[in-house]
Design a protein around this ligand. Structure first.
Ligand code: SAH
Length: 225
């Protein structure tokens, strides 16, 4: 999400400082705040509508939202602060850093919403569902932990299905090519509101981390086989 530089960015960020986790000692700070609650991570939270809605609805969980664009992160943090949410914090960094900041198996679920598609093939490595990023998620999640991904971009969705299948570390489930017609529970994001109001279908998938590469934790039986 690109945005014009916000006026008074630094003083406004300073007002939300309580919501911003330092990179140094990130995990020790977070672990204290979580107080035993499961950690849910959103990568690329944009203006924060999704994660603030979830955090308000689920005080029994703790939310961490990562966004590398400070001008957008500011709006998300101001929203969290206005709502007085105590179970949500933010990190201002690139997703690639997460593997250095959080311990293995520390995250119960990862949300990727309307991630940048980076259409040219030569930029595929920047896509948040590229296998290099999946390897990071595989480290962060325990067995049974999940990635939830939604997008309006069919090309990115198909790429993501291919990448997730190729790693063999995840079981794909609850795949839909039209989220809003599927009856699945859903919390809208800013981008989703915009794209669905243009009549575009929203694609969504879940990927569950497997116990052993290629082995589902729950047995899958196909009655027609
Ligand atoms: N999730 C929001 C915003 C989608 S736009 C919504 O659905 O409305 C994608 C966002 O991801 C942008 O704000 C961009 O800055 C952020 N982003 C993209 N790549 C990232 C990365 N590698 N690390 C952290 N944030 C990233």
């Amino acid at each position: 999400m690109r945005m014009r530089k916000k006026k008074n960015l630094e003083p406004r960020l300073a007002q939300c400082a309580d919501y911003l986790l330092p990179e140094q000692d990130c995990w020790s700070t977070l672990a204290l705040l979580m107080a035993g609650r499961p950690l849910y991570l959103e990568i690329g939270c944009g203006k924060g509508r999704f994660v603030t809605t979830l955090a308000a609805a689920h005080p029994e969980c703790f939310y961490l939202a990562v966004e590398r664009e400070k001008n957008v992160l500011l709006l998300a943090m101001e929203r969290a602060r206005a709502a007085g949410l105590s179970n949500l914090r933010f990190l201002s960094c690139d997703a690639a850093r997460l593997v250095d900041l959080l311990p293995q198996s520390s995250v119960s679920r990862i949300y990727l919403n309307f991630s940048d598609p980076w259409p040219p093939k030569r930029q595929a490595k920047r896509r948040l569902t590229h296998r290099n990023f999946l390897a990071i998620y595989e480290q962060l999640l325990p067995v049974g932990g999940e990635v939830h991904f939604k997008t309006d971009n069919r090309g990115l969705f198909e790429f993501s299905l291919g990448e997730i299948s190729a790693t063999r570390d995840f079981l794909l489930k609850n795949i839909t090519l039209d989220l809003h017609a599927s009856g699945l529970d859903n919390v809208m994001t800013e981008y989703e509101e915009r794209f669905s109001s243009q009549g575009l279908p929203i694609y969504r998938l879940e990927a569950e981390k497997l116990a052993v590469s290629g082995t589902p934790t729950t047995e899958f039986t196909n009655p027609s086989l």
